[in-house]
Design a protein around this ligand. Sequence first.
Ligand code: SAH
Length: 393
Amino acid sequence: MKTIRLHPGKERSLLRRHPWIFASAVAKGSADSGETVRVQADDGRFLAWAAYSPTSQIRLRVWSFDEAQRIDAGFFATRLSQAIARRTSLGLDLTACRLVHGESDGLPGCIIDRYADIAVLQAGSAGIERHKPALLQALRSLLPQVRIYERSDAAVRGREGLAASSGWLHGAGPTQVEIREHGLRLLVDVASGHKTGFYLDQRDARGLFASVVRDHGVQRVLNCFCYTGGFTLAALAGGAQHVVSVDSSAAALELAARHVTLNGFDPARTTFVDADVNATLRRLREGGEQFDAIVLDPPKFASSAQQVERAARAYKDINRLAWHLLPPGGWLFTFSCSGGISAELFQKIVAAAAVDAAADAQIVARTGAGADHPLTLHFPEGDYLKGLLLRKR
Ligand code: SAH
């Protein structure tokens, strides 16, 4: 077993049980990609077992802080079964659910989403890549009926020195399956969809939106960055008269339109716009349009700390434009999924946008990812998704 020694004082974050060690903290030692190493303090004290990643700035990701723990196939099987058991105990529907949420489930870099009979694995760290066979074996024995598809094509793979990799790992056949969310039917294509196929993290927010629409008799809805229409369906289910949905992906819009009829809603209640959201918001404003509720669920505008400033401007722009399209009493449900933008900063951005649009609003709810995307006390980076449900005064 190889040993990595940290610079004096650099053990502090590990003592707080944060699972990452950056390259600059390492004083001595190296290992192969994904290899398990013993991490010790400058004075030789054991700190953790971790996976080594030679090319990433996040040089070490912790598997365990317990010196007696062996990082073997049994370890991965235990972590996986614990993750699934936690979700079962919460009463989550495991057929449309994130089964493993990386660091927060003790498996840094590992995402496993399940859609109907397909489990989708995203290996986002050198350690997970190396232990993929053990994880697969564990997944197959815990969920013998599921097919397993790999979607390890996220940008983080490059930083970890890993090439993109996608395709069947177990089983074969159609990559499109049907899931249910709040009783609505949704098609998910695990091969061509975004991320692992669908944005499971917004399930609770979509449910909340449906009830706002229902309880407040919301009629005209604008759903920006609609993807395959999750919030569109929520609005229709809530009784909205008309929903305008905007996205720049033709394939996503095609599926969104299919979802409308699949769920028995009248397509005349919907308009789909294949265009840039910013440009569309400006056009709607010039046309004097108004909406009773607007959803802004953009992609990650900041994927690194350096991009935060530019991202903040982009968030402010779309939020300002949205405020202009809302009458008094109108609803804005606005989100950021950029890890680098804190909840506090996001609220400031949305507030500044409101000031520019001469709008005032109340915060009716703050939302985050659902219970299948758990947060742990020691890993604040896991808190990436922030939502503000606001009502214009
Ligand atoms: N709200 C969705 C998820 C949104 S993901 C849901 O509940 O499922 C972000 C979406 O923004 C993607 O579908 C992407 O195609 C779209 N997108 C990214 N940049 C865009 C832009 N500039 N204009 C319009 N859509 C954009």
